[in-house]
Design a protein around this ligand. Structure first.
Ligand code: ACO
Length: 389
């Protein structure tokens, strides 16, 4: 209990309840959910994440079917327009001069996520974007960003950027602009599948950020630059590069069980397992596992990774019988991204490229039925008082 004299008010006792935000004359008993957990803050027709049953649907279509029968441009178009056109194409876009100059001005030590966020912001400054956002704006930005990331990756390695090839679909085009050679069909297909599973995932932190920015009637580039900023945080941007690191630590199938147990004994977490929403096997992990196993050039340690997964699932179940801890998307994102030749430091920005479809679709959806997003905070600071004389 804290006793405090509040000027103008008789002696009051409010310490214990002060933590609950009670102030004389300022009582606020509305429910508060830290992190907005469990709060429904939007209605969406885009992505349905069913954590209990391990289902992910985009506009009602199962993620596994979309990976098998679709491409990223077709899925992006589905999210933007609601129409399924399996043959829909989208190539990477041109970089405006101002963007290229901006990328050239960055230090080559800049993080790829910082470079991408900067490029999206610079792109917005060249576009005179109007509100509300349109599917054409979404297409243009989604096409632009892979070129920007590829250009930065080349510039930091002392190489010149490569112009887009309009004959290539978006993911092939990205790999071409990154590496200077056209990818084989299997490699392009594998990364395309990763883009499909990364395209949309409900009202996660970055998507919420994009919707908040849009709700002020700000433009699409601002919303996506903000979303990239939110995705950059390690609690959101995922950990496929840490999966790579852990599998390297395991070293061999024989050591898997011992390594898993020792890691858990130290109180550390197994990367690529557990999820806030999914209690069942993450459907994106299941789709990417198939892709990884069918790749022509999977990383050598894919077999080791699947062996580690079996052991990890068994040991996690023994240790946490009360809580289902299953494989999440990051576990199989790692072999796919490595298998297509990306370096781990490009993983988060590549995830951001994939999420462009979802972010921009949410921006369109938010602007179509907009209400300024403006929640309240419960005040828990000092009660009203006089300035010290
Ligand atoms: N390894 C070992 N134990 C785990 C793991 C894991 N991967 N995940 C959860 N647990 C345990 C926790 O130690 C905790 O046990 P305790 O109650 O005895 O302390 C219990 O399960 C519940 O954990 P929470 O952190 O409350 O679960 P939450 O739903 O908040 O966490 C998260 C989800 C952050 C993904 C967690 O499972 C984790 O850290 N996983 C490893 C990192 C990872 O794979 N991240 C990628 C997620 S997918 C994505 O972001 C796209």
């Amino acid at each position: 209990m804290i006793e405090e004299h509040v000027p103008g008010v008789p002696h009051v006792t409010w310490g214990r309840i002060a933590n609950r935000g009670y102030h004389p004359g300022m009582s606020d008993e509305r429910p508060y959910s830290p992190g907005l957990e469990g709060v429904v803050a939007a209605e969406t027709g885009l992505g349905y994440v069913d954590g209990e049953r391990g289902r992910l649907l985009y506009r009602g279509y199962r993620i596994g079917d979309l990976v098998e029968h679709g491409t990223y441009p077709a899925v992006a178009n589905l999210l933007w327009t609601g129409d399924w056109d399996a043959g829909h194409r989208l190539s990477t876009g041109e970089l405006p001069r101002g963007v290229l100059d901006t990328l050239r001005a960055l230090p080559n030590t800049a993080k790829p996520m910082d470079a991408l966020r900067t490029a999206v912001s610079a792109w917005g400054a060249t576009q005179a974007l109007t509100w509300p956002a349109t599917a054409d704006q979404a297409r243009a930005l989604t096409a632009f960003s892979p070129s920007a990331l590829a250009a930065f990756a080349r510039l930091r390695a002392g190489k010149e950027p490569i112009d887009p090839d309009p004959s290539l679909n978006l993911v092939e085009g990205f790999l071409y602009q990154l590496n200077g050679t056209k990818p084989d069909a299997g490699t392009a297909r594998a990364l395309d599948a990763y883009f499909v599973v990364g395209a949309e995932h409900g009202l996660n932190a970055s998507t919420f950020t994009a919707r908040v920015i849009t709700s002020t009637r700000s433009d699409l580039a601002s919303a996506v630059a903000g979303a990239i900023g939110a995705l950059k945080g390690p609690l959101h941007g995922g950990a496929p590069s840490e999966v790579v690191e852990q599998i390297h630590q395991v070293g061999s199938v024989e050591r898997a069980e011992q390594w898993v147990k020792e890691t858990l004994d130290k109180g550390e977490r197994l990367m690529g397992f557990g999820h806030r929403v999914y209690r069942a096997y993450d459907p994106r992990a299941a789709a990417l596992r198939k892709v990884a196993e069918s790749m022509e050039h999977p990383p050598e340690w894919l077999a080791l990774a699947t062996a580690v997964e079996d052991v990890a699932l068994r040991v996690l179940e023994e240790r946490h019988p009360e809580r289902a801890l299953k494989t999440n998307v990051e576990f199989y994102a790692a072999p796919v991204l490595m298998g297509v030749g990306l370096t781990p430091d490009l993983f988060p920005a590549t995830f951001a490229l994939a999420r462009h479809a979802g972010w921009t679709a949410h921006v369109i959806e938010q602007s179509a039925d907009n209400r300024l997003i403006r929640p309240d905070a419960r005040y828990i600071g000092p009660a009203e008082r006089d300035l010290p004389s």
